[in-house]
Design a protein around this ligand. Structure first.
Ligand SMILES: Nc1ncnc2c1ncn2[C@@H]1O[C@H](COP(=O)(O)OP(=O)(O)OP(=O)(O)O)[C@@H](O)[C@H]1O
Ligand SMILES: [Mg+2]
Length: 258
C-alpha cells in the first residue's frame, strides 16, 4: 500500500526555531514542514536536541526564537492537537490499567479506555495493576493512554527504547497498524535507524542544532524488513549519521524549506 499525503496547510510548520538553555544553544535554526498524516522520524546523536524539539512541538517548552505553526496558527502554550508518549511510559502505579488509560477523560471514559486497550491487544489486562505488566505491555498501555484522546498529532520520544528487539518489532507493527487505521500525524524520536525506516515516510537528522538531512522513505506500507531496499536505506542513513557518507544534492534540496 502506498500512503498518499495530500498537499494542504501543513499540520506543523517550524520556522527558524531556536532553543537555548542559558548560554547553551541546542537548536540553532530548525525549519520543517509536516503534512497531515505523515510519519516523521527524528534521529541524531545523543544530546543533539531531539527531545527538546519534541517538547517544543508539544508546547511543553517555549522557543528562544522562531515560530511553530499548527494548522497555520502560531502555537502558544500547550499543543492541543498533540499527545506525547515517553520512553518510560509514566503510568500511575496506584491506578489500574484502565484507570491509567481513562485519566483526564470525562464522558464514557470507561468504555473508551476499554476499547482502546482492545486495539493495543490488552483487553484482558484492563483490571491489572501496571506493576504486574511486562515492559512491552506497559508501553502498550502508555500508547493506549495517548490514543484514547484521538490526537491529531502523536509525539513519541523513544517509546520503545527500553524494550527487547522482538517486542520492539511487534510494537512497530502495532504502531504502523494504528497509524494506517487512524491516520494521525506521527513524530517519532528514536536512536534506532531501523525503527525509523520501519515506520517513517521521512527521516530527519539533527546535527549541530540544524536539520542536515531530510530523507524520504519511499518503501511501501506495511513495511517489510526483507524488502530489498530496507537494509540499504538503513545503512545510508546510518552512514550519514556517523559522518561516513556525503549528503546528496537531492537531500540538500529536500532540506530547504520552501
Ligand atoms: N531543561 C534543560 N535545562 C538545561 N539543559 C537542557 C534541558 N533540557 C535539555 N538540555 C540540554 O539540551 C541538550 C539536548 O537535550 P535533549 O534531551 O533534547 O537531547 P536528545 O537529542 O534528546 O538526547 P538523547 O538522545 O540522549 O535523548 C543536552 O545538552 C541537554 O543537556
Ligand atoms: Mg532524548
Amino acid at each position: 500500500m502506498t500512503v498518499n499525503i495530500e498537499p494542504e496547510t501543513p499540520i506543523v510548520e517550524i520556522s527558524n526555531l531556536q532553543k537555548s538553555f542559558g548560554n547553551h544553544q541546542v537548536l540553532r535554526d530548525i525549519n520543517l514542514k509536516v503534512e497531515k498524516g505523515e510519519f516523521i522520524a527524528i534521529v541524531g546523536k545523543s544530546g543533539c536536541g531531539k527531545s527538546t524539539l519534541l517538547r517544543l512541538l508539544a508546547g511543553l517548552e517555549s522557543a528562544s526564537d522562531g515560530v511553530i505553526y499548527t494548522n497555520g496558527e502560531q502555537l502558544k502554550g500547550r499543543n492541543q492537537l498533540a499527545k506525547i508518549m515517553f520512553q518510560d511510559g509514566r503510568l500511575l502505579p496506584w491506578k489500574k490499567v484502565y484507570q491509567n488509560v481513562g485519566l483526564g477523560l470525562k464522558a464514557d471514559w470507561h468504555q473508551r479506555a476499554e476499547k482502546v486497550l482492545e486495539q493495543v491487544g490488552l483487553a484482558d489486562r484492563a483490571y491489572d495493576w501496571p506493576s504486574v505488566l511486562s515492559g512491552g505491555q506497559r508501553q502498550r498501555v502508555a500508547l493506549a493512554r495517548a490514543l484514547v484522546h484521538e490526537p491529531e498529532i502523536l509525539l513519541l520520544d523513544e517509546p520503545l527504547g527500553a524494550l527487547d528487539a522482538l517486542t520492539r518489532i511487534e510494537m512497530h507493527q502495532l504502531i504502523e497498524d494504528l497509524w494506517l487505521d487512524k491516520k494521525f500525524t506521527a513524530v517519532l524520536v528514536t536512536h534506532d535507524v531501523e525503527e525509523a525506516v520501519a515506520l517513517a515516510n521521512r527521516v530527519i537528522l539533527i546535527e549541530d542544532g540544524e536539520i542536515v538531512m531530510n530523507h524520504p522513505i519511499k518503501l511501501p506500507y506495511p513495511r517489510q524488513r526483507d524488502h530489498p531496499l530496507f537494509s540499504p536505506t538503513v545503512s545510508h542513513i546510518l552512514n550519514r549519521i556517523l559522518g561516513k557518507g556525503k549528503i546528496s544534492t537531492s537531500e540538500l534540496r529536500l532540506t530547504k524549506v520552501e
